[in-house]
Design a protein around this ligand. Structure first.
Ligand code: SAM
Ligand code: DTB
Ligand code: SF4
Length: 329
């Protein structure tokens, strides 16, 4: 198949040309013999992080389903028949109880997700209250609410939001195959708004959507070449949900997934690389390889937003077997 390559979509603030990773350089990392790549990633990891500490975040879907967007991977889009019902925004008390439970089971960050194209002002106000109360429990706060309009990032910052998650999802040239209702540029604008008000950026993507290796490298180039790369980089392995357009996509080779983690670690040495969606279908051994390749964050708790995640007891057993300790903030 003929593949067009867009080298890099320049965000408003990007690294100078001399400091950038080219897509070809990142693709060359993917081509390394597996041991050489892992050795390099683990060496970089040890220069910047405790190799035996993993940050843990718990996710809660505060507003599930009925989303207007057409993201081809997403069970929450109203356009696909996936069995996910359209629910209202959760009540404040229920969110705070879930956050308290997450803290008790060892999470240091609580991430609230909403199936919105972006928040309307009347949506944002109750979420600001949730952020304030979750923060008051002594947890780091994170939210993922879609695109932000002018002035909204300021309000989130004011409420005490520590991180905003907004993913680029894939390389610019593959993006149009997956989503049509918002552009890559829209996403970069939201990320700039978040960065400008001093909220930490959580931004990554999904692999296993049928993209090429070059396109996986292209996603990483886009992230690594931001003037300030994201503090947190979630790497999701597509969770295929029946009814979504991407259901039935050929599964990604697990070693290719580990290579993606390693390349993320090498190109973004100071970022937390989060092993995100897809862990439920990964063996302990595969997850251990991901940690060795530089992943140092996970989503913890039995559910992601609408799909499953490993049992807390399974994660605790895995951490014990590997001598990994949860990182405190
Ligand atoms: N609606 C908001 C938005 O799209 O920005 C926030 C929630 S949205 C579900 C957050 C992210 O979850 C998406 O950007 C995508 O990267 C990830 N995601 C959604 N469905 C997924 C799936 N089936 N497999 C892997 N990742 C998925
Ligand atoms: C991210 O990168 N992955 C999380 C979080 N950010 C919001 C979401 C994964 C969702 C997986 C599909 C679901 O559970 O609905
Ligand atoms: Fe909506 Fe977010 Fe799902 Fe896209 S990823 S359909 S914006 S909930």
């Amino acid at each position: 198949m003929l593949e067009t390559t867009i080298e890099f979509v320049k965000p408003a603030v990007a690294k100078p040309d001399t400091e950038r990773w080219s897509v070809a350089q990142i693709a060359a990392l993917f081509e390394l013999p597996f041991s050489d790549l892992i050795y390099r990633a683990q060496s970089v990891h040890r220069q910047h992080f405790d190799p035996n500490a993993v940050q843990i975040s718990t996710l809660l879907s505060i507003k599930t389903g009925g989303c207007s967007e057409d993201c081809g991977y997403c069970p929450q889009s109203a356009r696909y028949h996936t069995g996910v019902e359209n629910e209202e925004l959760m009540a404040l008390n229920d969110v705070v109880s879930a956050a308290r439970a997450a803290k008790e089971s060892g999470a240091s960050r609580f991430c609230m997700g909403a199936a919105w194209r972006g928040p309307k002002q009347r949506d944002l106000e109750p979420v600001l209250k949730m952020i304030e109360e979750v923060k008051a429990l002594g947890l780091e706060t994170c939210a993922t609410l879609g695109m932000l309009k002018e002035g909204q990032a300021e309000q989130l910052k004011e409420a005490g939001l520590d991180y905003y998650n907004h993913n680029l999802d894939t390389a610019p040239e593959y993006y149009g195959e997956v989503i049509s209702t918002r552009t890559y540029q829209d996403r970069l604008e939201t990320l700039d708004r978040v960065r400008d008000v001093g909220i930490n950026v959580c931004c990554g993507g999904i692999v296993g959507m049928g993209e090429s290796r070059n396109q996986r490298a292209g996603l990483l180039a886009q992230l690594a070449n931001m003037e300030q790369p994201p503090e947190s980089v979630p790497i999701n392995l597509l969770t295929q949900v029946e009814g979504t357009p991407l259901s039935g996509t050929d599964a990604l080779d697990p070693f290719e997934f580990v290579r993606t983690i390693a390349a993320a670690r090498i190109t973004m040495p100071q970022s937390y690389v989060r092993l995100s969606a897809g862990r439920e279908r990964m063996s302990d051994e595969l997850q251990a390889l991901c940690f060795i390749a530089g992943a140092n964050s996970i989503f913890y708790g039995e559910k992601l937003l609408t799909t499953g995640n490993p049992d807390v007891s399974a994660d605790q057993a895995l951490f014990a077997k590997l001598g990994i300790k949860p990182e405190q903030h």
